[in-house]
Design a protein around this ligand. Structure first.
Ligand code: URA
Length: 173
């Protein structure tokens, strides 16, 4: 893929489209590729991704191949800054197309940025998480970004685990 819809195209190595089961009931949406993801062309393959894989398995009994994992933007923002509004807007049709095709029962948004983008909210993640929101034909369960959990220690880790249990219940499994 060789998208040039926004300026992020100039700094990327690889477009990170997403990965997993296109028929999954569960979809994760993160912010945007980091250095490792940009190099490999796959989402959440660095340290954050390792934690995500572990928590999905421990709390939901699922592997990443059984879910779908995507980001709000396909290309790495320089120095991992937040995507700019115009970058988010340029990339949104790709995310919407994935949401249309996969049609997940449950979306778990990872972190403030993805959660605000999907819920069209300006509330902080601490207030937004802990609840389940109607979203498209299913629900959205916000949680912390795994990078924030890696920095934050036991409390956000316990809350992220609780959010994944909430998502599992929403899946009806
Ligand atoms: N952080 C994200 O938000 N997405 C990735 O794919 C990797 C790290």
């Amino acid at each position: 893929m060789s998208c040039t819809r926004c300026a992020l195209a100039g700094g990327r190595t690889t477009v990170v489209f997403g990965m997993g089961n296109p028929e999954a009931d569960l979809m994760f949406v993160g912010e945007g590729p980091g250095a490792e993801e940009d190099a490999q062309g796959l989402p959440f393959v660095g340290k954050s991704g390792k934690l995500l894989d572990r928590l999905i398995l421990e709390e939901m009994g699922l592997t990443r191949e059984q879910c779908y994992i995507a980001n709000t933007v396909l290309c790495r923002p320089p120095n991992n800054r937040d995507p700019l509004p115009e970058e988010l807007a340029a990339c949104r049709p790709y995310l919407d197309a994935k949401l249309d095709l996969i049609d997940p029962k449950v979306v778990v948004s990872l972190g403030r940025f993805a959660t605000q983008a999907l819920l069209e909210s300006s509330e902080g993640i601490t207030r937004l998480r802990g609840h389940t929101y109607p979203f498209r034909r299913g629900v959205l369960v916000p949680t912390f970004h795994p990078a924030a959990v890696l920095r934050g220690g036991a409390e956000p880790m316990a809350q992220m685990r609780a959010d994944l249990v909430r998502a599992k219940k929403a899946l009806g499994s």
